[in-house]
Design a protein around this ligand. Structure first.
Ligand code: ATP
Ligand code: MG
Length: 573
């Protein structure tokens, strides 16, 4: 080895060291914005304004009304490892501020043309200019209490990094996301984001978490969320989970916080999803916002260069707690078997005496003969069925008995089950319903408004708590939960439209008419893939109802292909 080519260990000049550090902290405009907004929040701001141009590539400006800095501190703040937030390594445990490394400002200053304009209350303002890490000017400035950091020409001196920037649209979106995340973490602070002159986000200070979620994620999504509040061991979980029936395969929103600090963690998302169990249709991904409250010693926030991840001491315990919190938040939904818990029929409804109290025959008339090979009318209920269950065409449940092959229409079976349960509720006990975090507002036409007025009590008995909302609007404060995939808004609309349209008008008994309408609209649809446990549960309940073979419209619920018929067709007989 010749000494001529032998590399020597050298201490890097500060400017180079800063740029390397900047590479980790400031990856794109959104990460610079995130750091500057975090500093503003750490400085006690009540209002933070973010202005960007060209996705932040040419201009990033973050202004706050926080406590600002005097000149000495402003100069110091631009030096590496200068922080007011911790003094010793011990302070890192339980650090409540976003910042603690004293790295962000000098990092951004080393890769941009930066101006820091800051003032403490009732003090002169200071303006400092830094170009690519070199402090060029310190002067008096003019502004009220607070701080404005302007970073122009980001990455002008690091062309490699600049080349990796995405389109203006994509960088703008990333900036919006970064601020939205912090806005969700701090509903008490107001935020405004202006991109190329257009307002991307504007939320006022002093909001509650619910208001903030509605403002940032939109009222539509917020209206599908349920509140969660759950504590176990060292952890307390607070936040919102999406009703399983509203979850979709795409477009979900996920936000996790630990003690109000945003972080990401795919395993915790999975733990939350596990809490839904089979309530989620395959492929559906629920939106989640969960804040984990935990003693400071339980979490290390200093494990990721951009602080996007954290480390928990008791991971397994946390995963279990999150799963339990979700299950708890879903309440009856998740505790119940997948198709919703309906009380077994009261004994008096099972016997002929009970049956006679419901004029079912009047209601359904003669069962329609619809060309089915053989209706199972009068056959003994084929329970118990230990056999395999199949789902055909996502619509029929099929299974084998000693007598032959049996097929059940899942929609009409569920309809039958719901019909009897709802009748029960209409006659006294009200349905288990779920209070909505954000009431759903619906516009109705005149006939529908009349129908709601007329049937309000019945609607309430089955779990729809509805109130007028001025004009043609009504608000739903609570909805029934017949099964986890239930789309409450849609069902309500359809039931009300049916009532308004005078369907079932020929039926004399209003309660039954109502129960049938609801059962039809609430039952699981044909074309819905069911899990085996759901099919089994549905069948178990079906064979407990008073009159299983026909649904409320008189269509066949069960069709049987007798073994003899099979044998005849195959020429075995
Ligand atoms: N908007 C602001 N208002 C008041 N003081 C600020 C502001 N921004 C920065 N400072 C001060 O400058 C210091 C340095 O900020 P910088 O972001 O570089 O480090 P930090 O926030 O302490 O740690 P980190 O690198 O983890 O963000 C802060 O500790 C704070 O005292
Ligand atoms: Mg900081």
């Amino acid at each position: 080895m010749t000494s001529a080519t032998h590399p020597r260990v050298r201490v890097l000049p500060d400017a180079v060291a800063d740029q390397i550090a900047a590479g980790e902290v400031v990856e794109r405009p959104a990460s610079a914005v995130k750091e500057l907004v975090e500093n503003a929040i750490d400085a006690g701001a009540t209002q933070v304004r973010v202005v960007i141009e060209h996705g932040g590539k040419t201009l990033i400006e973050v202004s706050d009304d926080g406590w600002g800095m005097d000149r000495e501190n402003a100069i110091l703040a631009l030096e590496r490892h200068a922080t007011s937030k911790i003094a010793t390594a011990g302070d890192l445990v339980g650090v409540a501020t976003f910042g603690f490394r004293g790295e962000a400002l000098p990092a951004i200053a080393s890769v941009s043309r930066l101006t820091l304009l800051t003032a403490e209350a009732d003090h002169e303002a200071t303006e400092i200019e830094v170009n690519g890490g070199r402090m060029d000017r310190v002067a008096d400035g003019a502004r009220r209490r607070g701080t404005t950091v302007t970073a122009r020409a980001l990455f002008f001196n690091t062309p490699a990094r600049r080349k990796f920037l995405r389109s203006v649209g994509s960088e703008t979106r990333a900036v919006g996301e970064a601020v939205a995340t912090l806005a969700l973490a701090h509903p008490e602070v107001g935020f405004e984001v202006l991109a190329d002159g257009q307002t991307r986000l504007a939320v006022p200070p002093g909001q509650s978490r619910v208001e903030r979620v509605a403002a940032v994620w939109g009222r539509d999504l917020a209206g599908t969320l349920l509140p969660v509040r759950f504590a176990a061991g060292a952890f307390a979980i607070e936040g919102f989970i999406q009703r399983p029936g509203d979850a979709r395969p795409t477009g979900r929103r996920i936000q996790f916080f630990v003690n109000s600090r945003p972080f990401r963690d795919a395993f915790l998302v999975r733990a939350a999803e596990a809490g839904y169990r089979s309530a989620l249709a395959p492929g559906d991904r629920p939106s989640l916002l969960l804040d984990i409250r935990v003693p400071a010693v339980e979490v290390d926030v200093n494990v990721h260069p951009a602080k996007l991840e954290v480390r928990f001491r008791d991971r397994i315990g946390l995963e279990r707690t999150i799963e339990d919190a979700v299950r708890h938040g879903l309440g009856d939904l998740a505790a119940a078997p997948p198709l919703g818990e309906w009380r077994p029929l009261p004994a008096d409804r099972l016997g002929p005496a009970g049956l006679s109290s419901v004029p079912l025959d009047d209601l359904f008339g003669e069962p329609a003969s619809d060309g089915a090979p053989c209706s199972m009318e009068g056959a003994p209920a084929p329970e118990p069925f230990a056999a395999h269950l199949w789902q055909l065409f996502d619509t029929y449940i099929a299974f084998e008995t000693t007598a032959g092959l049996i097929m059940v229409d899942q929609h009409s079976a569920h309809e039958r089950v719901l019909y009897e349960a709802v009748l029960d509720q209409l006659r006294g006990r009200s349905a288990p319903s779920q209070r909505l975090l954000l009431p759903i507002t619906l516009e109705l036409n005149d006939e529908e408004l009349d129908a709601v007025e007329l049937h309000r009590e019945a609607l309430e008995r089955i779990g729809f708590e509805v109130a007028p909302f001025g004009g043609r609007s009504v608000v739903l404060h609570a909805v029934p939960v017949p099964h986890p995939r239930f789309d409450a808004t849609r069902c309500f609309r359809e039931v009300v439209a049916d009532l308004a349209g005078g369907r079932f008008a020929a039926w004399s008994n209003r309660l039954e008419r109502f129960a049938a309408t609801f059962a039809c609209r609430a039952a699981v649809m044909a074309g819905t893939e069911l899990e085996e446990t759901e099919m089994r549960e549905l069948l178990r309940r079906l064979f407990r109802t008073a009159l299983p073979p026909h649904d409320v419209h008189g269509r066949a619920t069960i069709v049987q292909l007798p073994r003899e018929e099979l044998e005849r067709r195959f020429g075995r007989r």
